[in-house]
Design a protein. Structure first.
Lengths: 113, 119
């Protein structure tokens, strides 16, 4: 069982906006601004999309944005495109020693209708 | 450009040992944490652990502590993940990652090494 909880699936039509949630605790998401998001297309290595809650690495589309409120972080994809269909994972630093120092979310499958 | 090139796919039997590698380039190897992520077939990402080549500091997820060994050779800019006795449940894709910074986020990923353990 993953330390961070995400919805199993989210879907939307082309052009729409969707939001993926990532719920943790005060020991991880809620306690630090060290939330990241990753995109993984089938059969490919994950891609770094967001770091430190809301920052985009160079080359990542500004259609992807991140935010956080309390123990829940969110990834919003605006202007949904067919190429956005993939699995998305959140992650965070954690101070919970039983989990290590870094944890991933359970993953969300995004479907473009 | 940061590049992480992993060793090729492996097919092993239960009980055998294995060491897979990750050759880094495009940055100062001793200045960043480098680690490993497991992805079992059809499942999500699992953070295994990281090592800091510049200080020989290694940290593990409790789930993997004692099950694997993470190391690095700074003379050849290469990180390793090794098992002393493989189990069928070690069958997975393993990704080498270079961390972003003090947030430990895996910013750069290798292409993955598929490990299959079967009798």
């Amino acid at each position: 069982q993953s330390a961070l909880t995400q919805p199993a699936s989210v879907s939307g039509s082309p052009g729409q906006s969707i939001t993926i949630s990532c719920t943790g605790t005060r020991s991880d998401v809620g306690g630090y601004n060290f939330v990241s998001w990753f995109q993984q297309h089938s059969g490919r290595a994950p891609k770094f999309m967001i770091y430190d809650v809301s920052n985009r690495p160079s080359g990542v589309s500004n259609r992807f944005s991140g935010s956080k409120s309390g123990n829940t972080a969110s990834l919003t994809i605006s202007g949904l495109q067919a190429e956005d269909e993939a699995d998305y994972y959140c992650s965070s630093y954690t101070s919970n020693s039983t989990l290590g120092i870094y944890v991933f979310g359970s993953g969300t499958k995004v479907t473009v209708l | 450009e940061v590049q992480l090139v992993q060793s090729g796919a492996e097919v092993k039997k239960p009980g055998e040992s294995l060491k897979i590698s990750c050759k880094a380039s495009g940055y100062r190897f001793t200045s960043y944490w480098i680690g490993w992520v497991r992805q079992m077939p059809g499942k999500g990402l699992e953070w295994m652990g990281i090592t800091y080549p510049g200080a020989s500091d290694t940290r593990y997820s409790p789930s993997f502590q004692g099950q694997v060994t993470i190391s690095a050779d700074k003379s050849i800019d290469t990180a390793y993940l090794q098992w002393s006795s493989l189990k069928a449940s070690d069958t997975a894709m393993y990704y080498c990652t270079r961390q972003h910074g003090d947030d430990y986020a895996p910013a750069h990923w290798g292409q993955g090494t598929r490990v299959t353990v079967s009798s």
